[in-house]
Design a protein around this ligand. Structure first.
Ligand code: C5P
Length: 395
């Protein structure tokens, strides 16, 4: 999404300006051309030299500095931007943008550009909550500006409240989402499930499994980056919710079934990457079970099959974690659940399957075509699966 894109990174006068250095670094590492534009106040916190060194590109800061490549060229900067990101954005710059004021390189660039603009506010909680700031933000949102954050937490003053710059992963996720808006899944609604369900035994215990959720989260992010609107139904995981994705947190298979069926009502495709427990305790004990007896039996009942219950006209993709006869067992599942695709992997391999960041999968379609992919990062695997979903959606 980011490679070869020109991203104008506006940095304004907040202590969070130091975090923009890492943002510039990550974007540059991912292959973007990052043109940093700094306000005067921003330069009190970080120097242009820092950004110049990180991005390997000139930094625009003075409107009337004839030595600067951009001094008479903010129009060119505005024109060649694929995206403008202002991070951190102070209450002051937000107010100026809302009023159409253009009195420095950054505000001139924003007023001049036709590229999408992402704003990541960072300021003291009172300034953020002030109705003037809120009205300015609402006005900019109405005009199509995309806001990310602010987060809630410890502020530079030591107080706790809203006003922290959004986490870098959220800013990066929003950047990818905005750049991918016209992707091959634009206008599509995709439901993804992830994680391992937990079936309650009593108020403190459950039956679980080793699913980390990484494959499902990667699919949700990849679909977002290709323009889809994504609902991610997630059983408990240790992963941060991806930016720009609607996340529905659930615990049990029955909760996942309700959430998936509800979200799928208007969807084009359902990808069930979650490891859904096949059984649940017949009834969860209301109180913690005491260790009073030597042996204890749990009566388990079958959980409903979510994929099999989903609408037949959806593109449905299942996952099969197998420890033997991978292709044969996966094919049986594809037929049994009447799926469009099944993604199978051998969970006995240490570099693939549960918990790993990489996966080696085999994709089987309805016609019986078997495609074995090499070991790849889960995000890349996600894109390969989505390539097939795109083809199926376009008939
Ligand atoms: O557990 P099983 O191997 O049958 O899972 C295959 C596929 O079916 C997976 O995509 C899983 O998410 C889905 N599944 C489901 N509902 C269940 C069990 C599995 O949708 N109760």
């Amino acid at each position: 999404m980011v490679r070869d894109k020109t991203i104008v990174l506006g940095v304004t006068g907040s202590i969070a300006a130091y975090k923009a250095v890492e943002l510039a670094s990550k974007l540059t590492q991912e292959g973007a051309r990052v043109d940093v534009v700094m306000t005067k106040a921003a330069q009190q916190f970080v120097t242009p030299l820092t950004f110049r060194t990180i991005t390997g590109r000139p930094v625009a800061s003075e409107m009337f500095d004839l030595a600067s490549e951009f001094s008479i060229e903010h129009v060119a900067l505005a024109e060649r931007a694929d995206l403008v990101v202002i991070a951190p954005a102070t209450a002051n710059v937000i107010a100026k943008l809302a009023a159409g004021i253009a009195d420095d390189v950054l505000t001139c660039t924003v007023l001049d550009t036709k590229a999408p603009v992402i704003v990541a506010p960072a300021m003291h909680a009172n300034m953020y909550q002030n109705r003037i700031t809120q009205e300015n933000i609402a006005r900019l949102k109405e005009r199509g500006f995309v806001f990310v954050g602010p987060g809630y937490g410890r502020l530079a003053t030591g107080e706790v409240g809203p006003g922290r710059l959004a986490e870098l992963d959220d800013i990066l996720g929003t950047i990818r989402q905005v750049l991918g808006r016209e992707g091959d899944l634009a206008g599509r609604r995709i439901v993804v499930s992830a994680g391992g369900t937990q079936e309650l035994i009593d108020p403190v215990r459950h039956i679980g499994n080793r699913s980390s959720g990484k494959m499902g989260y990667a699919i949700a992010e990849a679909a977002r980056d290709r323009g889809a609107s994504v609902v991610l139904v997630s059983a408990p995981t240790a992963l941060a919710p991806p930016a720009g994705v609607e996340v529905v947190q659930v615990q049990t298979a029955l909760q996942m079934r309700d959430a998936v069926l509800k979200a799928s009502a208007k969807a084009d495709a359902l990808l069930m990457a979650a490891a859904v427990s096949d059984y649940r305790p017949k009834a969860a004990a209301r109180k913690k079970i005491k260790k009073e007896v030597e042996t204890l039996s749990l009566e388990l009942v079958r959980n409903p099959d979510i994929l099999a219950e989903a609408r037949g006209d959806l593109i449905r993709v299942g996952f099969a974690a197998e420890s033997e006869d991978v292709v044969e067992n996966a094919r049986k599942k594809l037929e049994g659940k009447n799926l469009d695709l099944i993604v199978a992997n051998d969970i006995t391999a240490s570099d693939s399957g549960f918990g790993a960041d990489t996966n080696r999968v085999i994709i089987i379609d309805r016609q019986g075509k078997v495609e074995s992919l090499p070991l790849l990062p889960k995000l890349e695997v996600a894109h390969r699966i989505l390539d097939k979903v795109v083809a199926l959606l376009s008939g």
